[in-house]
Design a binder for this molecule. Structure first.
Ligand SMILES: NC(=O)c1ccc[n+]([C@@H]2O[C@H](COP(=O)([O-])OP(=O)(O)OC[C@H]3O[C@@H](n4cnc5c(N)ncnc54)[C@H](OP(=O)(O)O)[C@@H]3O)[C@@H](O)[C@H]2O)c1
Length: 282
């Protein structure tokens, strides 16, 4: 049985059905089964990684997909140790390309520490290090719906954004076939696109002209706090990460194509799939 943490998240919601389609038995974790929309073929378990009995959650698991939100290396280390005690054979951890590039922001440092804990725990391991997700562009929904405008920080670099389904497909391969034990895979999309190129592609997908407005960091931060309701500390953390990742975001790795035998999904495909989310509500 494969135990999936983050089963309702950006990667997890694609991973669970992909594993089931591959013939695996899946246990999916969520804090709120009543709210979660999880493939009915999976066993859904309620649990909170901060408070639940990890031994009970992990009981009977052969492999675990390790994903946590909030970037706590301690939490992932606790999962890894409990997995070792429960006899789990293989841990597959979702990390970030930032670790490959030696970035020094808090998010990357936590992932680097968690990677070490996973490697040291005992079970076999595989580390997946994706770069920035195409899904991050859902942050543009509000201003596109309201005023056909996308606001981007002027420092945002060209980025080889990855489709979360590619991350989920690689995770499925690693969790359901052998030969990936002890491997660390950096994962990106196939091309680096500037924010303006991304906006042009999105505009074509939704069939409406969009304006791309670059803002200085201060204005971009204020907008996030005001419009998205993010706490100022979280916004500062995000911009610290952006500063560290900016020199590397254009780098394209060929790992998705090597592992899946097809090119990575494109931003144009992502934009077409998600076009309706950017249309004004009736
Ligand atoms: N966004 C990017 O561009 C990017 C790039 C590279 C790596 N990453 C990494 O991807 C990971 C996750 O991304 P995300 O933050 O966007 O989240 P996400 O995976 O989209 O969603 C968070 C998931 O974590 C679960 N969760 C949250 N708190 C939990 C708790 N206390 N106990 C159990 N489950 C809990 C949620 O489940 P319920 O709400 O159902 O309980 C949900 O399934 C992070 O480690 C991030 O660093 C992101």
């Amino acid at each position: 049985m494969i135990f999936v943490l983050g089963a309702t998240g950006k990667v997890g919601r694609h991973l669970v059905p992909a594993l089931l389609d591959a013939g695996a038995t899946v246990r999916a974790l969520t804090r709120d089964p009543a709210k979660a929309r999880i493939d009915p073929r999976a066993e859904v378990v309620r649990g909170d990684l901060g408070t639940s009995d990890l031994a009970a959650l992990l009981d009977g698991a052969d492999r675990v997909f390790v994903l946590t939100q909030g970037h706590s290396a301690d939490r992932e280390a606790a999962v890894a140790r409990a997995a070792a005690r429960a006899g789990v054979a293989h841990l597959v951890k979702l990390s970030t390309t930032g670790v490959h590039f030696g970035q020094n922001d808090a998010v990357t440092r936590a992932h680097a520490e968690a990677e070490q804990a996973i490697r040291a725990a005992g079970p076999m391991w595989t580390i997946l290090r994706p770069g920035a997700f195409m899904d991050n562009r859902f942050a543009w929904i509000g201003s596109v719906r309201e005023g056909n405008t996308v606001y981007v920080p002027e420092t945002d670099p060209p980025s080889a954004l990855i489709h979360v389904r590619d991350v989920a497909e690689v995770a499925t391969l690693v969790l359901t076939t052998s030969g990936h034990e002890g491997a660390t895979y950096e994962l990106t999309g196939g091309e680096a696109l500037t924010a303006e190129q991304q906006v042009t592609i999105l505009s074509e997908a939704i069939g409406r002209p969009l304006k791309c407005v670059e803002e200085p960091e201060r204005a971009a931060k204020d907008r996030m706090i005001r419009v998205s309701g993010w706490p100022a500390k979280a916004v500062d953390g995000l911009f610290a990460l952006k500063r560290e990742s900016a020199p590397h975001e254009h780098v394209v790795f060929d790992t998705v194509e090597r592992l899946l035998g097809r090119p990575p999904l494109t931003f144009a495909a992502w934009a077409r799939e998600n076009a309706s989310a950017f249309c004004p509500r009736e």
